[in-house]
Write a protein that binds this ligand. Structure first.
Ligand SMILES: NC(=O)C1=CN([C@@H]2O[C@H](COP(=O)(O)OP(=O)(O)OC[C@H]3O[C@@H](n4cnc5c(N)ncnc54)[C@H](O)[C@@H]3O)[C@@H](O)[C@H]2O)C=CC1
Ligand SMILES: O=C([O-])CC(=O)C(=O)O
Length: 332
């Protein structure tokens, strides 16, 4: 059997981690034959709660789990780590935008970037979930200069899954029949959910989503707004932010990073911009990517019309503002 993979989960005593840990532990992400060492990080006051989570994980008696470490020390958690789910951060409450969390959360990612820089494997693969996810990922990468920038990503897969589910429900098809929905930009209410390049399988025939939906007004307005506002709608209803669906999306993201995308299909991930599609280099921007050999590459050459261009630039402008505010906060 392979050596255990060292997997960090931060915010391990929280809502998202409670669903995430179970899926990771039973092999949904790294495969059914990959043994795991789980490195669970939370803050000192949460150690008792975290201990309860560890007890439950033990009680699941999952054969893949070879060791569990629970700690409040980032350097212990990141030591020789292969993969990290960066969940630990404050969630927003009703009426807040995700960027309102910047002041509270960005320093966490500075400190944990510094710890990863010192002790993690240089090949570590990192997904940032804690909000504002794109900007936190950018900051973490900045403070971990010895780890390649391509190893830092942020989660927009939940937005992709939400968009896919909206289209599937509108057309009365199964979620798996909808492919290549794109999320461009920030994981925020300025994100651009784009179905211009998406397909749907209807009765065995592949057609584009705009052809199948036959309602441009819906796709340009209600659809986009529903996806942009879905996180807020869940908070309003649940009084807590999305957790089960966020955990599922984090698993999808990391699974695809390890195992690759299928054929010509692509998925959306926040990755460091290389200037593709005219987006400022260095922003952590959600793009469509294909993944092979654990390496993502931005899908090139998609047609961008005027409507899309404006939406893509608006979300980039917000990311630029966030990054400037985050850098000021970290340097203060
Ligand atoms: N990117 C995305 O699509 C999504 C992102 N989120 C974000 O994920 C984050 C976590 O959400 P929940 O699990 O629901 O929140 P939660 O409040 O239930 O759990 C967060 C956990 O992080 C811990 N934490 C705080 N500071 C920490 C630090 N410095 N180091 C380690 N752990 C720390 C807390 O003690 C708590 O146990 C929030 O920022 C939320 O907004 C939530 C849903 C989707
Ligand atoms: O909306 C929030 O604050 C939590 C989140 O990121 C999401 O559900 O997409």
């Amino acid at each position: 059997m392979a050596e255990p993979l060292k997997v960090v989960v931060t915010g391990a005593a929280g809502q998202i981690a409670y669903s995430l840990l179970f899926s990771v532990a039973k092999g949904d992400v790294f495969g059914p034959d990959q043994p795991l060492e789980l490195l669970l990080l939370d803050i000192t006051p949460m150690m008792e709660v975290l201990n309860g989570v560890v007890m439950e994980l033990m009680d699941c008696a999952i054969p893949l789990v070879k060791n569990i470490v629970a700690t409040d020390d980032p350097k212990v958690a990141f030591k020789d780590a292969d993969a990290a789910f960066m969940v630990g951060a404050m969630p927003r409450k009703e009426g807040m935008e995700r960027k309102d969390l910047l002041k509270a959360n960005v320093r966490i990612f500075k400190a944990q970037g510094q710890a990863a820089d010192q002790v993690a494997k240089k090949s570590i693969k990192i997904i940032v979930v804690g909000n504002p996810a794109n900007t936190n990922a950018c900051i973490m990468s900045k403070y971990a200069p010895s780890i390649p920038k391509a190893n830092f990503t942020c989660m927009t897969r939940l937005d992709q899954n939400r968009a896919q589910a909206q289209i599937a429900s509108k057309l009365g098809v199964s979620n798996g029949d909808v492919t290549n929905v794109i999320i461009w930009g920030n994981h925020s209410s300025t994100q651009f959910p784009d179905v211009a390049h998406a397909s749907v399988n209807i009765n065995g025939k592949k057609v584009t989503v705009p052809e199948a939906v036959k309602n441009d007004n819906y796709l340009k307005n209600e659809f986009i707004k529903t996806v942009q506002q879905r996180g807020a709608a869940v908070i309003k209803a649940r009084k807590l932010s999305s957790a089960m669906s966020a955990a599922k999306a984090a698993c999808d993201h990391m699974h695809d990073w390890f195992f690759g995308t299928k054929g010509n299909d692509f998925v959306s991930m926040g990755v460091i911009s290389d200037g593709s599609y005219g987006i400022r280099e260095g922003l952590m921007y959600s793009y469509p990517v294909r993944i092979k050999n654990k390496t993502w590459s931005i899908v090139q050459g998609l047609d961008i019309n005027q409507f899309a261009r404006e939406k893509m630039d608006a979300t980039a402008a917000e990311l630029t503002e966030e990054l400037e505010a985050a850098l000021a906060e970290c340097e203060a």
